[in-house]
Design a protein around this ligand. Structure first.
Ligand code: ITT
Length: 194
C-alpha cells in the first residue's frame, strides 16, 4: 500500500466540524491520517442536504488525488416551523441567528427539531462515491445555552437530555450527534475496506 492511500481529506471550511470529526478518527483508531482542505467547494441551494453534499463532492473531485469526503448538515425545526431552516440553515444562522429562531417559537416544550448530516465519501481505491447519514431528534431550548459546539448547538436539546448540544463536551456530542452517527458509519466502512 502506498503512503498516499492512508491519507484522507475532509473538505470543509468549518473548523468546528473538522475538530469533531478529527476527534472521532482518534477515538475510533482509524488507520488513516485525516487532513483538512478548504478548497471552497461549491455549495448550491437545493431541496435536500443530500443534493448539496453530492454537488459539493463533485465540485472538488478533480482537484484531489486521494480519498476524501465532504459533509452537508442542516437544522430542522419540525414543529412549529415545518422543517425551517433546513437547507437554509447557513443563511438563517448568518441573518436572524439563534435569537431569531427562538422568537418564532411559543411553546418550547412542545417543539420538535432535528439535525441531519450526510457524509459523502469519494473512495479512491474503488473510484466510487459512498453516502453515510445521521439524524438526531430533540427540541428547541427556551434560551441560548452553553459555550461549546457551534451554529445551532446552543438552542438544541437532544431527546433524553436536559442539556443543549453546546453544553456537552465534543465527546458527548459525538456519541449521539447526526455527524457522529454518519462519520462512525464511514469509519466502519473504511475499516472494512482498508
Ligand atoms: P462546510 O464548509 O463543511 O460546507 P458549513 O459551515 O457551510 O461547512 P453546512 O452547510 O453543512 O456547514 O451547515 C449548514 C449550517 O448548519 C451552518 O451554518 C452550520 O453552522 C450549521 N450546523 C451544521 N452542523 C451543525 C452542528 O453539528 N451543530 C450546530 N450547527 C450546525
Amino acid at each position: 500500500m502506498s503512503k498516499d492511500q492512508n491519507i484522507i481529506y475532509f473538505v470543509t471550511g468549518n473548523m468546528h466540524k473538522y475538530n469533531e470529526v478529527s476527534n472521532l478518527f482518534k477515538q475510533e483508531k482509524v488507520n488513516y491520517t485525516l487532513n483538512q482542505i478548504d478548497t471552497k467547494a461549491i455549495e448550491i441551494q437545493a431541496n435536500s442536504i443530500k443534493e448539496v453534499a453530492l454537488f459539493k463532492l463533485n465540485s472538488v473531485k478533480e482537484k484531489i488525488e486521494s480519498s476524501f469526503f465532504v459533509e452537508d448538515a442542516g437544522f430542522f425545526v419540525d414543529s412549529p416551523l415545518k422543517g425551517f431552516p433546513g437547507v437554509y440553515s447557513s443563511y438563517v444562522l448568518k441573518t436572524i441567528g439563534n435569537e431569531g429562531i427562538l422568537k418564532l417559537i411559543n411553546d418550547y416544550d412542545k417543539s420538535r427539531a432535528h439535525f441531519s448530516a450526510i457524509t459523502c465519501l469519494y473512495y479512491k481505491p474503488l473510484d466510487k462515491i459512498f453516502l453515510f447519514e445521521g439524524d438526531i431528534k430533540g427540541k428547541v431550548s427556551k434560551s441560548i445555552k452553553g459555550k461549546g459546539g457551534f451554529g445551532f448547538d446552543p438552542i438544541f436539546i437532544p431527546d433524553k437530555n436536559k442539556k443543549t448540544f453546546a453544553e456537552l463536551t465534543t465527546e458527548e456530542k459525538n456519541k449521539i450527534s447526526h455527524r457522529g452517527q454518519a462519520v462512525k458509519k464511514m469509519i466502519n466502512f473504511l475499516k472494512d475496506n482498508i
